[in-house]
Design a protein around this ligand. Structure first.
Ligand code: NG1
Ligand code: MG
Length: 502
């Protein structure tokens, strides 16, 4: 279903009806500000949205399918470009409508190399990572003597940073799209853009999977997206049943900030390492004659790779039945609840501790003495199973709201207990929502704070909101802006697009 990134003729091609008025004002302001800042009009706007993940948490980097949807909040990059006049470098000017929070920068970039210092947390790093990835593609196409254009960019992002709605993927994929477009690629292949954005985002220092970028680029208005990573990246639209009362997706902030640059090394990247080590461990124990195949997981191996290796040559059975079996063998093969040390794992997988560190923990540093392989693998296999069950329910065409909600609730339990990526505030928000009528409530995105997502019958939305206000938000010291953004009811939105400024 992929094709090329659409060129929107009006905002109606981009947003759902209820969002057009407020977005129209925002776009006008962006284009006017561009003129003020740079003295001429923008040529085009590149747009990529944030996403909310409905189900399939922390399994994309183990290469299992996930089910996110795009939201209205997005990254807009108003852009103009012109041929560079310097023989050795090109110029990029990047500014942000929120200039006091995100100061403007001007970069003179040598033709050979875009440098990104991932240790310094700088907002323009996300632009640079999209730039770097796009330039690699452009160089491959145009030859190494080709020279990029100068660019002027004004960004307006409405996806809250660190909120679990994937502001980073929206920004990186919109940046890559802007760079491609500014350099003459008017037909941008969606799959190519997604893959580029996945790899580019890793340059900013997080070992991420591919869910966010897929949802941001490939989503289609009105449907969620079932994204698979193997054998290649594919996505298909998935529709929710039309029920009375209608179903609403309610997104609620916890206001616990999950800062990737803090949680990254201790939490997110550690989970990626734990899943990769679990794959290596299970493979060594259960497939001793067949080495773990390398694949597109962030560390080059994945639980899905182990999975396929384990069933290769065995009697065929459904993917659901395979996952059930893997859950059972994980429980008998990895009995240690308290986790394994590097020494224990190294011995099983046939490496020295130094080799293990070099292979698994050198690209993205992690701090841990014990790796909870058993719990992480159980989460991944059970969550992969829940995604398939969720999809099956949706495709049954029946009214299945409670069953969908039960699966989302089971995800939250698994994230809290087995994956340890929730936090007391997120658990509390989910409890309050369920008691007020939500079918299913869970954290969304990486967790450890950020956002939650709730499947709520539309006649219960007000009750859920009131319960949060009374039991949660009123106890925090929130600014007016935070109060306004705390809860959002979102419809599935469209993915990346380019809009040509007349
Ligand atoms: P967030 O934290 O929402 O950006 C992260 C990863 C995803 C996925 C989820 C957990 C990045 C850029 N994205 O999402 O790929 O693994 O956590 O399901 O790190
Ligand atoms: Mg992110």
């Amino acid at each position: 279903m992929a094709g090329v990134v659409p060129v929107a003729k009006s905002l109606k091609d981009i947003y759902t009806e209820d969002a057009i008025l407020s977005q129209g004002q925002r776009w006008s302001h962006l284009l006017e500000q561009f003129k003020k800042d740079y003295g001429h009009s923008a040529q085009f706007v590149a747009r990529s949205p944030g996403r909310v993940n409905i189900i399939g948490e922390h399994i994309d980097y183990s290469l299992y399918s996930v089910l996110p949807m795009a939201i209205t909040a997005d990254a807009l990059l108003a852009t103009s470009s012109s041929p560079s006049t310097s023989p050795t470098s090109f110029k990029i000017r990047v500014s942000n409508v929120q200039s006091s929070r995100f100061p403007s920068h001007e970069f003179d970039i040598p033709y050979e190399e875009v440098e990104i210092d991932s240790k310094v947390h700088e907002w323009t790093n996300y632009f640079k990572s999209g730039l770097k990835g796009a330039l690699e593609i452009l160089r491959k196409r145009n030859g190494k003597d080709w020279k990029p254009n100068d660019m002027e960019v004004l960004m307006d992002g409405t996806v809250p940073a660190g909120g679990g709605l994937s502001s980073s993927a929206a920004f990186v994929s919109a940046s890559a799209l802007a760079v491609l477009y500014a350099n003459g690629v008017t037909e941008v292949d969606k799959t190519e853009l997604t893959e580029l954005a996945i790899v580019s985002e890793r340059a900013v220092g997080v070992n991420s999977g591919g869910m966010d970028q897929s949802a941001s680029v490939l989503s289609m208005r009105g449907s969620a997206l079932f994204v698979s990573f193997l054998p290649t990246l594919t996505a298909k639209p998935v529709f929710f049943p039309k029920t009375t009362p209608e179903l609403s997706f309610v997104i609620a902030q916890s206001f616990v900030t999950s800062n990737k640059h803090v949680t990254g090394p201790v939490c997110y990247n550690l989970r990626v390492v734990e899943c990769s080590l679990a794959a290596a461990y299970l493979n060594a124990k259960l497939n001793s004659n067949s080495p773990l195949p390398s694949d597109s997981g962030p560390l080059g191996v994945s639980l899905r790779g182990f999975h396929d290796n384990y069933f290769s040559g065995k009697e065929t059975k459904s993917l659901e039945a395979q996952l059930e079996e893997l859950l059972a063998v994980t429980k008998s093969t990895l009995p240690k609840e308290e986790g394994c040390t590097r020494e224990e794992i190294a011995e099983v997988i046939g490496l020295t501790v130094d080799e293990l560190n070099e292979r698994y923990t050198s690209i993205f540093p992690v701090r841990a003495s014990h790796f909870k392989l058993r719990q992480r693998a159980i989460h991944v296999f059970s969550e992969a199973l829940r995604v398939l069950q969720f999809l099956e329910l949706l495709e049954s065409g029946k009214e299945v709201n409670t069953a969908l909600g039960d699966l989302m609730n089971a995800t939250q339990d698994s994230c809290r207990d087995a994956y340890e990526c929730s936090c007391p505030e997120l658990d509390e928000i989910c409890r309050i929502a369920r008691e007020a009528g939500s079918y299913g409530s869970r954290l969304t995105g990486a967790g450890w704070g950020g956002c939650s997502v709730h499947l709520v019958p539309s006649d219960k939305v007000e009750a859920v909101k009131a319960a949060w206000e009374k039991e949660y938000y009123s106890k925090l010291q929130l600014s007016e802006e935070q109060k306004a953004g705390a809860v959002v009811v979102s419809k599935p939105g469209g993915g990346s697009a380019v809009y040509i400024v007349e």
